[in-house]
Design a protein around this ligand. Structure first.
Ligand code: IMP
Ligand code: MG
Length: 188
């Protein structure tokens, strides 16, 4: 078998913000916290896809508590690096959240609009508790007051890709989190 090569898109990164090993350590620490906090609860994980896909997959495999998984799709991005307008829920979840302890999982908390809207929706459907877990938090960009209950890493105000995060649906498969070279997102 030939030696495994990294994705060619890694060359599109200007710099790496979070390495695969740092992600692995932090995801394990978050799982320890969640295993303790939800020990006597039946948890329902709701992943906001596509961004939360890889983070959720790694996190869930380290949880040792009973849980169910559902996904929903929200969209506020239109082919760019800036959110446009209010988030829309474009693919609803299948499970009933009534009387459930819901953990919302997303890749990144940016303006806060997506998680604020989704948390509001899930509470309105009668969930017993709604908590949020994000891999990344860009506090400098917040437009609505919102704090996540579980945060992987606080990051500076830069557009990042990798480990689930995309630019125009690309780069989600990169194992690290990094900042694109300006020429790849149409900057200077
Ligand atoms: P918010 O509603 O502004 O908090 O946006 C949350 C969503 O925007 C995330 O779930 C991501 O899909 C996307 N997003 C925000 N910042 C970035 C980024 O730096 N890279 C890639 N996607 C991002
Ligand atoms: Mg997203």
């Amino acid at each position: 078998m030939s030696a495994k090569k990294g994705a060619p898109e890694l060359k599109h990164l200007d710099h790496i913000l979070v390495t695969p090993s740092a992600i692995k350590r932090r995801v394990a620490a978050l799982a320890v916290q969640l295993n303790a906090d939800y020990i006597d609860k039946d948890m329902m994980v709701v992943a906001i896809v596509n961004g939360a896909l890889i983070f959720t997959a790694d996190l869930l495999r380290q949880l040792s508590i009973p849980l169910r998984l559902d996904c929903l799709r929200a969209s506020s991005y239109h082919d760019g690096t800036k959110a446009a307008g209010e988030p829309r829920i474009i693919d609803q979840m299948k499970l009933d959240v009534r009387d459930q302890h819901v953990l919302l999982v997303d890749d990144i908390l940016d303006t806060g609009k997506t998680l604020a809207a989704v948390a509001r929706l899930i509470k309105s459907k009668g969930a017993t508790s709604v908590k949020t877990c994000v891999l990344l938090d860009k506090t400098a960009r917040r437009e609505v007051p919102f704090e996540a209950d579980y945060v992987g890493f606080g990051i500076p105000n830069e557009f990042v890709v990798g480990y689930g995060l995309d630019f125009n649906e690309r780069y989600r498969h990169l194992p690290c989190i990094g900042v694109l070279k300006p020429k790849y997102y149409g900057g200077k």
